[in-house]
Design a protein around this ligand. Structure first.
Ligand code: SF4
Ligand code: SF4
Ligand code: FES
Length: 241
């Protein structure tokens, strides 16, 4: 089977404008989109830049857009695609460093703002701190996040409001808030009780649609909103101090 790859190219240090470059690729074997890109780079143009590491949909580094779909290049089978013409673009909403490589710094910065780690109220014992399976089930989908950035890149709010933390960071916060071992103070949640936090989301669920690990980050954002409202009401009526 022969494929035509139309790949986004741009080197900010050399090119005046981005452009698409055509590459023909032929294979009789089953190949992933990432394998095809690697062969194109190895055999046709060694300057083609893209990220990857695990090749098994675990590290999240090969996220890109192909024929308008956000996904991990290593988990897409070429033979399963409907078209033999494949247009490949970098993740939007992030600055292009070269070709398909984008600067993920704003994504990591948003994540660091929510303090993405457990806040236990006492020292964790040597043997660890286990939680019940039913409690684990509530947070399991959020633990599956591999930080690929697809949800951040597809989000229309991120594209117009640089304050907005994005779906992955907010869903990650919910993952910790829902964990019975996490005892972070309510003041940590107030940091996202803003337009740049949970109230900035337009709830159009694009992030849920594109996640390659079936996380539903918008559900976490909704749940955080409910939690904030309930906690505020409790405080107003004196149920909590
Ligand atoms: S639901 Fe919210 S976070 Fe998800 S894509 Fe839409 S605006 Fe962005
Ligand atoms: S929630 Fe899904 S789309 Fe967003 S960073 Fe995590 S794995 Fe990627
Ligand atoms: S190379 Fe790790 S997710 Fe694709």
């Amino acid at each position: 089977m022969e494929y035509l790859f139309k790949i986004f190219r741009y080197d900010p240090l050399e090119d005046e404008h981005p452009y698409f470059q055509d590459f023909f690729f032929e294979t009789k074997e089953k190949k992933s989109l990432l394998e095809a890109l690697m062969e194109i780079r190895n055999e046709q143009d060694s300057t083609l830049a893209f990220r990857y590491s695990c090749r098994e949909a675990i590290c999240g580094s090969c996220a890109m857009v192909f024929n308008g779909n956000f996904d991990l290049a290593c988990r897409i089978e070429l033979q399963a695609l409907e078209s033999s013409t494949i247009v490949i673009e970098p993740l939007p909403n992030l600055e292009i460093q070269k070709d398909l490589v984008v600067d993920m710094e704003p994504f990591w910065e948003a994540l660091s703002q929510i303090k993405p780690y457990l806040y236990p109220d006492k020292k964790i014992q040597e043997e660890g701190h286990r939680i019940e399976e039913k409690e684990m089930e509530k947070i399991f989908q959020y633990i599956n996040c591999i930080m690929c950035g697809c949800c951040y890149s597809v989000c229309p709010v991120v594209s117009r409001d640089e304050r907005y933390l994005g779906a992955a960071a907010l869903a990650k916060l919910y993952r910790f808030v829902k964990d019975p071992r996490d005892k972070r103070p309510f003041s940590h949640l107030l940091g996202v009780n803003t337009e740049g936090g949970v109230w900035g989301c337009d709830t159009i669920f694009k992030c849920n649609e594109v996640c390659p690990k079936e996380v539903r980050p918008a559900d976490g954002i909704e749940a955080l909103r409910r939690k904030l409202v309930v906690e505020k009401i409790k405080r107003i009526f004196g149920f909590r101090r």
